[in-house]
Design a protein around this ligand. Sequence first.
Ligand code: ZN
Length: 241
Amino acid sequence: MRYAILSDIHGNLEALRAVLDEARRRAVESYICLGDIVGYGANPNECLEMLLELSPATVLGNHDAAVCGREDLENFTPLAAQAIIWTRERIKLEGRAYLASLPLVRTIGNITIVHSNLSHPSDWRYIFSPGEALSSFDRLDRQACFFGHSHRPVVFRESEGWVDYVEEPIFHLVDGCRYLINVGSVGQPRDRDPRAAFAVFDQETGTVEIVRVEYPVGTAREKILDAGLPARLANRLLKGE
Ligand code: ZN
């Protein structure tokens, strides 16, 4: 099975369209979503509808949890909270019910998926460094875990208790190693590359590729401004920050 693994779409319909076009070009057969489908962007309902047509295996993100009322706003920055309130007022009942039904962690064959981290998925702590990856490796009972949340693609590889980085954008899962793979963000990249990010995972060959695609950033930006959402949320898309 060949999967497209998407995270942090954040209501950015232009980015989601471009990613799905690229996934189809790469003959992807099935879809996985690592959460934060909504929040920040101007098209939460459209993104949910487009995604649900693909019947993805999905886990809950922190913005999803806040929008459907499973999480309150005190742990969000004022900027994020404003966008969550805006989204809460507009999200359709079916979309809200879908988000409310999502689990924090799922297992699919030899991989696990989670939004933030495996050690305490509901505390939404970030994994930025090999040291921060250790407690999630402790909980990992599969060869690889795909995650998101920081909006920065990064791959940690563990072998005999040591954790280092995989630098190559295409690599193979090697026996004896385990992996924590952050696929980056479809709708709001923060690694100073404004292109949308996602991963393609071929379960038979064990190949993982982090893919970047251009999309009409200007359109997504203008929609955020027209929606009356904070201008910072619009402008950050241009720089990928
Ligand atoms: Zn996010």
